[in-house]
Design a protein around this ligand. Sequence first.
Ligand code: PLP
Length: 387
Amino acid sequence: MKRVVYVDNNATTRVADEVVEEMVPYFKELYGNPSSMHTFGGQLYKRMERARGKVADIIGATPPEIIFTSCGTESDNAAIRGVLESYPKKRHIVTTRVEHPAVFNLCKYLARKGYELTEISVDNQGLLDLDELRAAIRDDTAIVSIMHANNETGVIFPVEEAGQIIKEKGAVFHCDAVQAVGKLPLDMSRSTIDLLSLSGHKLHAPKGVGALYIRRGVKFQPLIVGGHHEHSKRAGTENVPYIMGLGKACELANEYMKEEQGRVKCLRDKLEENILANISNSRLNGHKTLRLPNTTNISFDRTEAESLLIALDLEGVAVSTGSACSSGTLEPSHVLKAMGLPAHRTQNSIRFSLGAANTEEEIDRVVAILPGLVDKLRSLTRVPVRA
Ligand code: PLP
C-alpha cells in the first residue's frame, strides 16, 4: 500500500508507539477491576491515579478535578448537562456559532427541550465578539460554553478574556479544549475556566477515551448515574487500558509540546505559504496568527472541495473538507458560514491539519502535486474566477 501523507490530524491522530506499549499490559496480565478490594484489582486503582495525575498536569489542574470519560463528546455533554441540572432555575445557555457539533447540536437540542439559547457571532476572520458575549449573559444564564480552538480553522479564542466577562456576570464557564490540549499550553490553576473537555484521540491516545476537568467547588450533576466511580461524577467501570494510554499521551505531549509544535508550525507555514503563493485565487480562512500551529484552512476558487479531496486521496494525501455530509446533502461548513464567507469559499475549502509524524518531504510532495490537481479541476468547470 502507498504510504499516505496524513494531514488530517484534527480528525484523529496516530496512537503513539509509547502509548500502545503503556496500554498492552492492562489487556493482558493487569486486567483487574480498579474498584476490587483485592490487591490484584486494587493495584490498578493506584496506577489509574498516576494516569489521572498526568492528565491533570497537562492542563495545570489537580488530579481530583479530572474525571475520565469515553470521548470529547461525552465530556461536552457531561459538562453542559451537569451544570444545567445543578441550576434548575437558570434556563439560559450561551455558546458560539462555531462550536463543534458536540456542543453546537447539544445546545440546539436543549433549546428544543425548552432552554433559551444565545449564540455569539464571529467576524470574517473567525474571531469572537466579546462585546456581544458581555451583552448576552443574563442573570438566568447557567452556563457559557466557548471552545478554545476551532477544529475547522484552528482559530484560537481569547478564552481568558471571555472568562473574565463570564465570571463578572456570575455564570459557569465550560471550555471545549479538545483541539487545544497538547497543542497549546494550558494552566487551570490560573484560569477562569470552570469545566474543560479533552479527548484522547486528538493527542495520540486511542479513540474512546477522554476527560473532563471540573474545578473544585463547581456544582455538577453526573450525566451517567450508577456506581460510585470517578468520585460519583461518572459511573461505569473505568476503561483502564485506555486511561493508562491517555495518561501516557498527556505525559508525552507535556514533555515535547513546545519543540514539537514549533516544528509542526514551520511545516504548516511552509505548506500554507506555498499554496497561497502558487495557486491563484486560493485564500486562507481564519485569522493569520491567532491560530493553532498545525491547522490551515484554504479555499480554492472554482474548485469543489469534495473533488479536490478525492483527487488528493487518489494521490495518497488525506485531508478534510470544510463541509459536513449530512443526510445525503453536502452542507457548507457552519463555521465558515458563521464567518460570513461567500458560498464559493464555504464550499471550496480544504482543511490541512498537520501532526507529529509529518515530514518536510511530505509537505514538499503536497506542494508539488496540488497546483496541478487544482488546475485540472478548474479546467473542468466553466464558472468564472471571482475577485
Ligand atoms: N470538540 C472539538 C473541538 C472537536 O474537534 C471534537 C472532535 O473532532 C470533539 C469535540 C469531539 O471529540 P470526540 O471525537 O472525542 O467525541
